[in-house]
Write a protein that binds this ligand. Structure first.
Ligand code: ZN
Length: 315
Protein backbone atom coordinates (compact mmCIF):
# COMPACT_ATOMS: atom_id res chain seq x y z
CA UNK A 1 0.00 0.00 0.00
CA UNK A 2 1.67 3.16 -1.13
CA UNK A 3 -0.95 5.67 -0.06
CA UNK A 4 -1.06 6.81 3.55
CA UNK A 5 -3.72 5.10 5.65
CA UNK A 6 -5.88 5.89 8.65
CA UNK A 7 -8.89 4.19 10.24
CA UNK A 8 -12.49 4.74 9.14
CA UNK A 9 -14.02 5.56 12.53
CA UNK A 10 -13.27 5.91 16.22
CA UNK A 11 -12.96 2.66 18.19
CA UNK A 12 -12.06 2.04 21.82
CA UNK A 13 -11.22 -0.58 24.40
CA UNK A 14 -10.64 -0.59 28.15
CA UNK A 15 -8.30 -2.47 30.44
CA UNK A 16 -5.58 -1.94 33.01
CA UNK A 17 -1.99 -0.78 32.55
CA UNK A 18 0.57 -3.59 32.79
CA UNK A 19 2.88 -1.65 35.08
CA UNK A 20 0.58 0.91 36.74
CA UNK A 21 -2.35 -1.46 37.28
CA UNK A 22 -4.60 1.57 36.64
CA UNK A 23 -7.87 1.21 34.71
CA UNK A 24 -7.70 3.00 31.36
CA UNK A 25 -9.75 3.48 28.21
CA UNK A 26 -7.94 3.83 24.90
CA UNK A 27 -9.66 5.25 21.81
CA UNK A 28 -8.14 5.33 18.33
CA UNK A 29 -9.46 8.13 16.10
CA UNK A 30 -8.94 8.75 12.36
CA UNK A 31 -6.46 11.53 11.52
CA UNK A 32 -5.69 13.52 8.36
CA UNK A 33 -2.81 12.56 6.04
CA UNK A 34 0.53 13.83 7.33
CA UNK A 35 -0.51 13.71 10.99
CA UNK A 36 1.50 10.65 12.02
CA UNK A 37 0.56 8.89 15.25
CA UNK A 38 -0.26 11.25 18.12
CA UNK A 39 -1.10 10.25 21.69
CA UNK A 40 -3.74 12.42 23.33
CA UNK A 41 -4.01 12.52 27.13
CA UNK A 42 -7.18 13.95 28.58
CA UNK A 43 -6.36 16.09 31.57
CA UNK A 44 -8.41 18.25 33.89
CA UNK A 45 -7.35 21.34 31.98
CA UNK A 46 -7.99 19.91 28.50
CA UNK A 47 -5.75 17.76 26.34
CA UNK A 48 -2.03 17.12 25.94
CA UNK A 49 -0.75 15.95 22.56
CA UNK A 50 2.35 13.79 22.30
CA UNK A 51 3.52 12.69 18.84
CA UNK A 52 4.78 9.10 18.86
CA UNK A 53 8.32 10.00 17.91
CA UNK A 54 11.74 9.43 19.44
CA UNK A 55 11.91 13.13 20.44
CA UNK A 56 9.34 12.41 23.14
CA UNK A 57 11.00 9.26 24.49
CA UNK A 58 11.37 9.12 28.28
CA UNK A 59 13.81 6.84 30.16
CA UNK A 60 13.13 3.20 29.35
CA UNK A 61 12.41 0.83 32.22
CA UNK A 62 11.18 -2.48 30.77
CA UNK A 63 8.70 -0.64 28.54
CA UNK A 64 8.70 2.29 26.13
CA UNK A 65 7.42 5.55 27.63
CA UNK A 66 6.72 8.86 25.90
CA UNK A 67 6.10 12.18 27.57
CA UNK A 68 5.30 15.81 27.05
CA UNK A 69 4.85 18.75 29.45
CA UNK A 70 5.18 16.61 32.56
CA UNK A 71 2.70 13.99 31.35
CA UNK A 72 3.79 10.51 30.42
CA UNK A 73 2.29 7.75 28.36
CA UNK A 74 3.68 4.38 29.36
CA UNK A 75 3.95 1.04 27.52
CA UNK A 76 3.21 2.46 24.09
CA UNK A 77 4.98 -0.27 22.13
CA UNK A 78 2.19 -2.83 21.61
CA UNK A 79 -0.43 -0.44 20.22
CA UNK A 80 2.26 1.26 18.10
CA UNK A 81 3.30 -2.15 16.81
CA UNK A 82 -0.29 -2.94 15.77
CA UNK A 83 -0.54 0.38 13.90
CA UNK A 84 2.84 -0.03 12.20
CA UNK A 85 2.18 -3.71 11.50
CA UNK A 86 -1.05 -2.84 9.69
CA UNK A 87 0.54 0.19 7.96
CA UNK A 88 -1.63 2.82 9.64
CA UNK A 89 0.19 6.12 9.14
CA UNK A 90 -2.19 8.56 10.78
CA UNK A 91 -4.20 8.24 13.99
CA UNK A 92 -4.88 9.85 17.33
CA UNK A 93 -4.61 7.52 20.32
CA UNK A 94 -6.59 9.01 23.18
CA UNK A 95 -6.06 7.83 26.77
CA UNK A 96 -7.68 8.76 30.07
CA UNK A 97 -4.78 7.44 32.19
CA UNK A 98 -1.02 7.29 31.84
CA UNK A 99 -0.57 3.77 30.49
CA UNK A 100 -1.87 1.92 27.42
CA UNK A 101 -4.07 -1.04 28.49
CA UNK A 102 -2.19 -4.33 28.62
CA UNK A 103 -5.21 -6.29 27.30
CA UNK A 104 -3.76 -9.79 26.67
CA UNK A 105 -0.10 -8.70 26.60
CA UNK A 106 0.15 -8.83 22.80
CA UNK A 107 -0.82 -6.56 19.88
CA UNK A 108 -3.70 -8.80 18.74
CA UNK A 109 -6.49 -6.88 20.57
CA UNK A 110 -5.29 -3.64 18.92
CA UNK A 111 -5.19 -5.37 15.52
CA UNK A 112 -8.80 -6.52 16.07
CA UNK A 113 -9.75 -3.00 17.14
CA UNK A 114 -8.23 -1.46 13.99
CA UNK A 115 -10.05 -3.98 11.80
CA UNK A 116 -13.29 -3.22 13.64
CA UNK A 117 -12.78 0.46 12.73
CA UNK A 118 -11.83 -0.35 9.12
CA UNK A 119 -8.69 0.82 7.30
CA UNK A 120 -8.99 3.61 4.74
CA UNK A 121 -6.55 4.83 2.12
CA UNK A 122 -5.80 8.56 1.98
CA UNK A 123 -4.87 10.76 -0.95
CA UNK A 124 -1.28 11.45 0.09
CA UNK A 125 1.50 9.04 -0.94
CA UNK A 126 3.43 7.25 1.79
CA UNK A 127 7.07 8.24 2.25
CA UNK A 128 9.56 5.52 3.22
CA UNK A 129 12.98 5.80 4.80
CA UNK A 130 15.17 3.31 2.91
CA UNK A 131 18.43 2.20 4.49
CA UNK A 132 21.35 2.31 2.01
CA UNK A 133 24.31 1.81 4.39
CA UNK A 134 24.52 -0.48 7.44
CA UNK A 135 24.10 0.92 10.95
CA UNK A 136 25.13 -1.09 14.01
CA UNK A 137 24.36 -0.67 17.71
CA UNK A 138 26.53 -2.70 20.05
CA UNK A 139 26.53 -3.12 23.81
CA UNK A 140 29.14 -5.68 24.88
CA UNK A 141 28.29 -8.70 22.74
CA UNK A 142 24.64 -7.72 22.14
CA UNK A 143 23.97 -6.19 18.75
CA UNK A 144 21.29 -4.58 16.65
CA UNK A 145 22.17 -3.97 13.01
CA UNK A 146 20.22 -2.69 10.04
CA UNK A 147 21.33 -3.58 6.52
CA UNK A 148 20.05 -2.34 3.17
CA UNK A 149 17.28 -4.58 1.90
CA UNK A 150 14.75 -4.59 -0.94
CA UNK A 151 11.89 -5.26 1.47
CA UNK A 152 11.59 -4.67 5.24
CA UNK A 153 12.65 -7.68 7.28
CA UNK A 154 13.56 -8.59 10.87
CA UNK A 155 15.80 -11.42 12.11
CA UNK A 156 15.71 -11.57 15.91
CA UNK A 157 17.55 -13.89 18.32
CA UNK A 158 17.13 -14.16 22.08
CA UNK A 159 18.84 -16.33 24.66
CA UNK A 160 17.69 -17.02 28.21
CA UNK A 161 18.99 -19.67 30.60
CA UNK A 162 15.53 -21.18 30.92
CA UNK A 163 14.72 -24.69 29.66
CA UNK A 164 11.59 -23.50 27.81
CA UNK A 165 13.31 -20.59 26.06
CA UNK A 166 17.09 -21.06 25.60
CA UNK A 167 18.06 -19.66 22.18
CA UNK A 168 15.27 -18.70 19.79
CA UNK A 169 15.64 -17.07 16.38
CA UNK A 170 12.82 -15.89 14.13
CA UNK A 171 12.93 -14.44 10.62
CA UNK A 172 10.07 -12.06 9.86
CA UNK A 173 9.15 -10.81 6.39
CA UNK A 174 7.57 -7.49 7.35
CA UNK A 175 4.13 -7.41 5.68
CA UNK A 176 0.73 -6.72 7.29
CA UNK A 177 -0.45 -10.28 6.56
CA UNK A 178 2.65 -11.85 8.09
CA UNK A 179 2.50 -9.49 11.06
CA UNK A 180 -1.06 -10.59 11.84
CA UNK A 181 -0.29 -14.28 11.29
CA UNK A 182 3.06 -14.61 13.07
CA UNK A 183 3.75 -11.68 15.38
CA UNK A 184 0.68 -9.79 16.62
CA UNK A 185 -0.58 -12.38 19.11
CA UNK A 186 2.79 -13.11 20.78
CA UNK A 187 2.52 -12.06 24.44
CA UNK A 188 4.94 -10.28 26.71
CA UNK A 189 6.83 -12.45 29.21
CA UNK A 190 8.37 -12.28 32.68
CA UNK A 191 10.10 -14.52 35.20
CA UNK A 192 8.38 -15.24 38.52
CA UNK A 193 11.60 -14.62 40.45
CA UNK A 194 11.57 -11.06 39.09
CA UNK A 195 7.99 -10.30 40.07
CA UNK A 196 8.72 -9.15 43.65
CA UNK A 197 11.50 -6.92 42.39
CA UNK A 198 9.16 -5.48 39.74
CA UNK A 199 6.55 -4.68 42.38
CA UNK A 200 9.20 -3.13 44.65
CA UNK A 201 10.12 -0.65 41.90
CA UNK A 202 6.49 0.08 41.05
CA UNK A 203 6.32 -2.00 37.86
CA UNK A 204 4.18 -4.95 36.81
CA UNK A 205 1.28 -4.02 39.10
CA UNK A 206 -1.29 -4.86 36.41
CA UNK A 207 0.52 -8.03 35.34
CA UNK A 208 -1.44 -11.30 35.55
CA UNK A 209 -1.35 -14.66 33.82
CA UNK A 210 -4.07 -13.21 31.52
CA UNK A 211 -1.67 -10.63 30.07
CA UNK A 212 1.85 -12.03 30.61
CA UNK A 213 3.64 -15.32 30.05
CA UNK A 214 5.22 -16.02 33.43
CA UNK A 215 8.07 -18.50 33.80
CA UNK A 216 8.97 -20.28 37.03
CA UNK A 217 12.55 -21.62 37.32
CA UNK A 218 11.70 -24.64 35.18
CA UNK A 219 8.22 -24.20 33.79
CA UNK A 220 5.54 -21.91 32.33
CA UNK A 221 2.84 -20.92 34.84
CA UNK A 222 0.14 -20.12 32.23
CA UNK A 223 -2.12 -23.17 32.08
CA UNK A 224 -3.06 -22.60 28.44
CA UNK A 225 0.60 -22.76 27.36
CA UNK A 226 2.24 -20.98 24.44
CA UNK A 227 0.53 -19.56 21.36
CA UNK A 228 3.75 -20.36 19.44
CA UNK A 229 6.64 -22.56 20.63
CA UNK A 230 8.90 -19.53 20.09
CA UNK A 231 6.41 -16.96 21.38
CA UNK A 232 9.08 -15.01 23.30
CA UNK A 233 11.25 -14.13 20.31
CA UNK A 234 8.15 -13.27 18.28
CA UNK A 235 7.15 -10.85 21.03
CA UNK A 236 10.57 -9.21 20.82
CA UNK A 237 9.90 -8.58 17.11
CA UNK A 238 6.51 -7.11 18.07
CA UNK A 239 8.30 -4.74 20.46
CA UNK A 240 10.93 -3.82 17.85
CA UNK A 241 8.27 -2.92 15.29
CA UNK A 242 6.50 -0.71 17.83
CA UNK A 243 9.75 0.96 18.89
CA UNK A 244 10.94 1.52 15.30
CA UNK A 245 7.69 3.36 14.58
CA UNK A 246 9.16 6.16 16.73
CA UNK A 247 11.07 7.09 13.55
CA UNK A 248 7.73 8.60 12.50
CA UNK A 249 8.08 7.11 9.03
CA UNK A 250 8.02 3.53 7.70
CA UNK A 251 11.52 2.09 7.24
CA UNK A 252 12.85 -0.32 4.61
CA UNK A 253 15.83 -2.32 5.83
CA UNK A 254 16.82 -5.67 7.31
CA UNK A 255 17.04 -5.42 11.10
CA UNK A 256 19.15 -8.12 12.76
CA UNK A 257 18.87 -8.21 16.55
CA UNK A 258 20.87 -10.43 18.89
CA UNK A 259 19.67 -10.37 22.53
CA UNK A 260 18.61 -6.75 22.59
CA UNK A 261 15.53 -4.89 23.88
CA UNK A 262 13.76 -1.55 24.11
CA UNK A 263 16.91 0.48 24.89
CA UNK A 264 18.76 -0.81 21.83
CA UNK A 265 15.66 -0.36 19.68
CA UNK A 266 15.49 3.30 20.73
CA UNK A 267 19.26 3.70 20.20
CA UNK A 268 18.78 2.39 16.67
CA UNK A 269 16.04 4.93 15.95
CA UNK A 270 18.35 7.72 17.18
CA UNK A 271 21.31 6.35 15.21
CA UNK A 272 19.27 6.25 12.00
CA UNK A 273 18.13 9.84 12.43
CA UNK A 274 21.68 10.91 13.33
CA UNK A 275 23.10 9.39 10.13
CA UNK A 276 21.20 10.83 7.16
CA UNK A 277 23.96 9.62 4.82
CA UNK A 278 22.87 6.03 5.64
CA UNK A 279 19.40 6.37 4.12
CA UNK A 280 17.28 8.01 1.47
CA UNK A 281 13.64 8.98 1.47
CA UNK A 282 11.39 7.41 -1.14
CA UNK A 283 8.00 8.71 -2.10
CA UNK A 284 5.73 5.85 -3.09
CA UNK A 285 4.00 6.57 -6.39
CA UNK A 286 2.41 3.46 -7.71
CA UNK A 287 0.10 1.16 -5.79
CA UNK A 288 0.62 -1.69 -8.23
CA UNK A 289 4.40 -1.67 -7.77
CA UNK A 290 5.17 -1.25 -4.10
CA UNK A 291 8.89 -0.77 -4.64
CA UNK A 292 8.47 1.73 -7.44
CA UNK A 293 9.30 4.88 -5.54
CA UNK A 294 11.10 8.05 -6.41
CA UNK A 295 13.79 9.58 -4.32
CA UNK A 296 13.07 12.77 -2.42
CA UNK A 297 15.56 14.83 -0.51
CA UNK A 298 16.47 13.94 3.07
CA UNK A 299 15.83 17.47 4.18
CA UNK A 300 12.16 16.98 3.43
CA UNK A 301 11.83 14.53 6.35
CA UNK A 302 10.95 17.28 8.76
CA UNK A 303 8.41 18.61 6.25
CA UNK A 304 6.83 15.18 5.85
CA UNK A 305 4.70 15.86 8.89
CA UNK A 306 2.27 18.71 8.85
CA UNK A 307 3.67 21.76 10.56
CA UNK A 308 0.43 22.57 12.34
CA UNK A 309 -1.01 19.81 14.44
CA UNK A 310 -4.62 18.91 13.55
CA UNK A 311 -7.02 18.71 16.46
CA UNK A 312 -8.06 15.37 17.88
CA UNK A 313 -11.79 14.95 17.14
CA UNK A 314 -12.70 14.10 20.71
CA UNK A 315 -13.53 16.91 23.11
ZN1 ZN B 1 6.33 -5.97 24.69
Amino acid sequence: MNKQQTIAQTVSLSGVGLHSGQPVTLAIHPAPAGTGIIFVRNTQGGQEHCPATIHHLRPINLCTTLGVNGFKIQTVEHVLSALAGLEIDNAFIELDAEEVPAVDGSAAPFVELIHRAGIVSQEAPRTYLKIIHPIKIQKEDRTLTVLPSVLPKVSYSIEYAHPLIQRQTYEFEWTPAEFQRSIASARTFAFSKEVEWLWSVGLGRGGTLDNTLVFSDTDLLNEDGFRFPDECVRHKILDLIGDLSLLGIPVIGHFIADRTGHSAHAEMVKAILDQPSAWILLNAEDEEHPIHCHKISSSSLQHYKKQSQPACPSA
